[in-house]
Ligand binder design. Structure first.
Ligand SMILES: [Zn+2]
Length: 85
């Protein structure tokens, strides 16, 4: 993921906390050109993951970073934005 202008390696991520607050945002996907879908997601998440050195990390993501993280974790679970329609 690109976070704050630099790349962050996230291996085997797990969402360990989600905010109750949700945000609806129009979301696209590089794998599905020209498809845009309004999706409601928690506005903040905390992920547990391994970094590029195999070290376990826990980090909070907000805003567009939280959305991107949830989108990519959906991919790992076989879920696409079209599954939200
Ligand atoms: Zn995607």
């Amino acid at each position: 993921m690109k976070v704050g202008g630099s790349f962050l390696v996230i291996v085997n991520p797990e969402i360990v906390w989600k905010s109750e607050a949700q945000v609806i945002m129009e979301e696209g996907c590089l794998s599905l050109p020209d498809i845009w879908i309004n999706i409601s997601r928690p506005s903040e998440v905390i992920l547990k993951f391994f970094d590029q050195n195999g070290k376990e990390q826990e980090r909070k993501f907000s805003g567009v970073d939280a959305r991107a993280a949830q989108h990519e974790i959906d991919h790992l679970n076989g879920v696409l934005i079209t599954d939200f329609r």
